[in-house]
Design a protein around this ligand. Structure first.
Ligand SMILES: [Zn+2]
Length: 292
């Protein structure tokens, strides 16, 4: 496979969006907004809205929550097609990681979060390295000095080598417009976790391609991750979607509602008898007021 072979979607490709929650906690208002944005964009474009359960988060994953998510979405008045959960796709993650390793684009890293902090890592914008060092720009320790092979290793994308293969890349955000890929914003991100065959970055990029997603919608907190995902599409010859990063709902204290403690879960509101369709309408209005 040669570099930079990502295909552009043909203009007549049907619109496909998705909502991809992880069953490691209940859904909150922020999740509801993400689902509604993806659902409404698909319906407005006579496209399809997919639900994909991102259930590979090891011990934190609680499979029984997937059913709760379906009832929550129904309660909000949404309709969807469900595609296979991540746990059924582990082979595809391993195959893609192997292909990148063979090309010398990944390197093993045994650093713990505290080792990375001790090495003076700067805080970056990577939201995707759930295990290890999310949010820190990796200082390249294991790239300079290959680690002890007896320690468990994650595999990181060598951003420098990736850029050399792909050349300059761009992607498009439906709200923010054209973006030049800037891998330096995230550094050498983890693609294969120590405990799992894929990180968020690798899994979501492969899944969206496999599911034919043409419009990737998600919260603005994941904006920077799209630089990595666009790079992976180029390296792996995957189709290139358009992205739509929607503003986040914030509480009065400015904290993200999705993560906020004390904000009742959708399931709790549903079981208390609240009208989910009315809540969905309120979220749509609130979202409009955020300027999209
Ligand atoms: Zn390391």
């Amino acid at each position: 496979m040669s570099c930079g072979m990502a295909q552009r979607m043909p203009a007549d490709t049907p619109l496909v969006t998705r909502f991809a929650p992880s069953p490691n906690g209940h859904l909150h208002l922020g999740h509801a907004l993400s689902a509604i944005v993806a659902h409404d964009l698909a319906k407005a474009g006579e496209g399809r809205f997919l639900l994909r359960i991102e259930d590979i988060d090891g011990p934190r994953s609680r499979p029984e929550l997937a059913d709760e998510f379906r009832r929550d979405l129904e309660w909000l008045g949404l309709e969807w097609d469900e595609v296979p959960a991540q746990s059924t796709r582990l082979d595809s993650y391993a195959a893609a990681a192997e292909a990148l390793k063979v090309r010398g684009l990944l390197y093993p890293c045994t650093c713990t979060r505290s080792e990375i902090e001790a090495a003076g890592a700067r805080h970056g914008s990577d939201p995707g390295s759930v295990a290890g060092a999310g949010g820190l720009i990796y200082p390249g320790t294991c790239k300079r000095t290959p680690p002890d092979p007896s320690r468990p290793a994650a595999w990181r994308l060598d951003a420098e080598k990736a850029l050399a293969e792909t050349g300059p890349l761009a992607w498009e955000d439906a709200l923010a417009g054209p973006q030049a890929v800037d891998l330096a914003a995230l550094g050498d991100v983890v693609l294969v976790r120590k405990d799992l065959p894929a990180s968020y970055h690798l899994a979501v990029t492969l899944d969206d391609a496999a599911d034919g997603v043409t419009l990737v919608t998600r919260g603005a907190d994941l904006f920077a991750a799209s630089h990595v995902h666009r790079t992976l599409q180029a390296l792996l010859g995957l189709p290139v979607p358009v992205w739509h990063h929607h503003p986040l709902l914030l509480g009065e204290d400015g904290e993200k509602l999705a993560k906020r403690r004390g904000s009742p879960a959708l399931a709790e509101r549903r079981l208390a008898g609240e009208d989910g369709r009315m809540l969905a309408q309120q979220l749509r209005l609130q979202h409009l007021s955020l300027g999209t």
